[in-house]
Ligand binder design. Structure first.
Ligand SMILES: Nc1ncnc2c1ncn2[C@@H]1O[C@H](COP(=O)(O)OP(=O)(O)OP(=O)(O)O)[C@@H](O)[C@H]1O
Length: 570
């Protein structure tokens, strides 16, 4: 009715007409038989052709609403997916820390699909059933108000029983859908990290893990099937009982001459239509249960609000932006592990246009400092300030998109052309700007050596380009963005000497004139930093230049000694 009131009303009217017309045809037949009339054809043609016309109209209406429904269903699913995706990508990092990618993808795909299929089926069949049941009830009422009243009394009990069973099955259906999502997450993780799986010969283990999750989902779905089966069986039994009751009462009225044979025929047709409609509703029930719980799962994530709003808040005009960053008495623990204090009264100043390198043992909290600067998380105590202003008062999109650049030296490339991968740093950049950035990043030469040059599509994770090439593409991307503050998360794996030189050269170019924070994993690369900060257990324990700290003979000197002993890595 909501999709097309005209179609719904038309359908309902036809369903009132059909049993009545059928009855009038039968009345003509029985009259002719009783009177042995010869003009049978003459009498039967008008009511029979009216009935045929109504059937034809019913066919046209069926076509109309099935077509309409397909269009509405597809558009609705597409809109749901887009709205859900838009909301998901805006969520806090903490949300992604606690949700597996596969589970999120499952909501975007399977849940929306389940909802759409149920919606289409329930509306198409359900609409037909509702209009049929309504129409037939009206025609039953026209024939025998008393009997119809009796039916109306029985119905609420049947509907209430169905509703109670339905809510139990919905809980089961939700559990089954969540379990399916867990299976998807396992598959997603294993396939996404297939190199690691292969390198450790873990194919069987991953298959077992996947089988466990899928089998659990299978068992839950089996239980759901059992529940739906019991419901349908019971519903059929009750509905057949009701039809039998109607037949019995109609038969009684015929025997007492309270009803004609045609009326009985109308009665029978209407009662059977009601029975068939309600039986098909009970079959739809299982699908509806799945659809409602899938819809609820989609809605849950559509309504999530990130705690760090992406937009709103102040922006500093670029001509007055110095790029001084200050961490002031910062304390922080990750939302997923609130009991573990990662930063503890952490204080650090990044002066404009200077290079500050953070070093320390693994787990000291270096990457966390960078994550807080990007405002991936909000601090618990203290503040992070840009040019003296708390970044929580600033527009997060402006901060991340324009002010702060991040170069992961094991960067992720998207499965698109190199040109588009670089343009990711500034979507409005012209091709020429992209080429210039690539030149400065020492990337132009190797890119042009590819047969398709800048249009070369890199694999899902950029596996067709080498580690060093990937890094230079990432540097070009950052150059294009032209950020005031640059965070370099240093590569954990060493490159060969030639590649390292090219990357280092490119990095020096990109660092010029910006506030730079280097998260150092290898001390050899930060000797020239303006300030080296040594962290331990979420605090700054030493800071100074390379020679000052080395002379001091404290933790930095100790780290250098350890690194020499362990090879090149902390
Ligand atoms: N997303 C996260 N959720 C929960 N805990 C985290 C998360 N990221 C890091 N941690 C924890 O916070 C602590 C600091 O981690 P961090 O990555 O900042 O250290 P790091 O000094 O950069 O280490 P590394 O040199 O090994 O990269 C560690 O104990 C780590 O387990």
């Amino acid at each position: 009715f909501l999709i097309s009131p005209q179609l719904a009303l038309g359908s309902a009217l036809l369903n009132i007409q059909i049993p009545l017309m059928l009855g009038s045809v039968v009345n003509v037949v029985s009259e002719c038989m009783a009177d042995q009339q010869q003009n049978y054809l003459q009498m039967i043609v008008p009511p029979a052709s009216r009935l045929m016309a109504v059937y034809a109209l019913q066919g046209v209406l069926s076509f109309g609403y099935i077509w309409l429904l397909a269009a509405v269903g597809e558009r609705m699913a597409a809109r749901m997916r887009v709205a859900l995706f838009e909301n998901l990508v805006q969520q806090d990092m903490a949300f992604f820390d606690s949700h597996m990618t596969g589970q999120l993808v499952d909501r975007l795909t399977s849940d929306v699909q389940d909802f759409k299929s149920s919606f289409k089926l329930c509306i198409s069949q359900g609409l037909r059933s509702v209009t049929q049941v309504t129409g037939c009830f009206v025609s039953l009422y026209l024939i025998s108000p008393k009997l119809t009243g009796l039916l109306v009394l029985v119905m609420p009990t049947v509907v209430a029983g169905g509703g109670m069973i339905g809510s139990g099955l919905r809980t089961l259906s939700r559990a089954a859908q969540e379990q399916v999502a867990k299976g998807t997450a396992v598959a997603n993780e294993a396939l996404g990290n297939i190199r690691t799986v292969r390198a450790f010969a873990m194919e069987e283990k991953e298959s077992r893990l996947y089988a466990d999750e899928v089998n659990k989902a299978g068992r839950l779905n089996e239980m759901l099937g059992l529940g739906i089966g019991v419901f349908q069986g019971a519903a059929n039994f009750v509905l057949n009982g009701i039809v039998l009751g109607v037949l019995f009462s109609g038969g009684l009225m015929l025997s007492t001459n309270d009803m004609s044979a045609g009326d009985l025929m109308s009665f029978l047709a209407a009662a059977q239509m009601i029975q068939r409609s309600l039986a098909s509703v009970s079959i739809l029930f299982g699908q509806a249960v799945r659809g409602v719980s899938a819809g609820a799962r989609v809605l849950e994530y559509m309504q999530l609000e990130p705690t760090i709003p992406r937009t709103g808040g102040r922006k500093i005009p670029f001509h007055s932006l110095f790029g001084t960053v200050e961490f002031k008495d910062v304390s922080f623990s990750y939302p997923t592990r609130p009991d573990q204090q990662v930063l503890n009264n952490f204080n650090l100043v990044l002066p404009p246009c200077k290079v500050v390198a953070l070093c320390g043992m693994s787990g000291a909290g270096k990457s966390t400092v960078a994550a807080l600067l990007e405002r991936f998380y909000d601090v618990e105590g203290g503040s992070v300030r840009l040019d003296g202003k708390d970044i929580r008062e600033m527009d997060a999109t402006w901060l991340r998109g324009r002010v702060i650049g991040f170069i992961h030296q094991e960067p992720v490339l998207f499965a698109t052309s190199i040109l588009e991968n670089i343009r990711y740093g500034k979507p409005t950049a012209t091709d020429r700007e992209v080429y210039e950035a690539a030149k400065l990043a020492n990337a132009d030469g190797f890119i042009r050596d590819f047969p398709e040059g800048y249009d070369t599509v890199v694999g899902e994770r950029g596996i067709t380009v080498s580690g060093g090439q990937k890094q230079r593409i990432a540097i070009a991307r950052a150059l294009l963005k032209n950020p005031s503050v640059l965070v370099l998360d240093e590569a954990t794996s060493a490159l060969d000497a030639d590649s390292e030189r090219l990357v280092q050269e490119a990095l020096e170019r990109v660092m010029k004139g910006r506030t730079v924070l280097i998260i150092a994993h290898r001390l050899s690369t930060i000797e020239n930093a303006d300030v080296i900060v040594v962290m331990s257990k979420g605090r700054v324990v030493e800071q100074g230049t390379h020679s000052e700290l080395k002379r001091k003979g404290g933790m930095y000197a100790d780290l250098i000694r350890r690194q020499t002993e362990n090879g090149n890595r902390l």
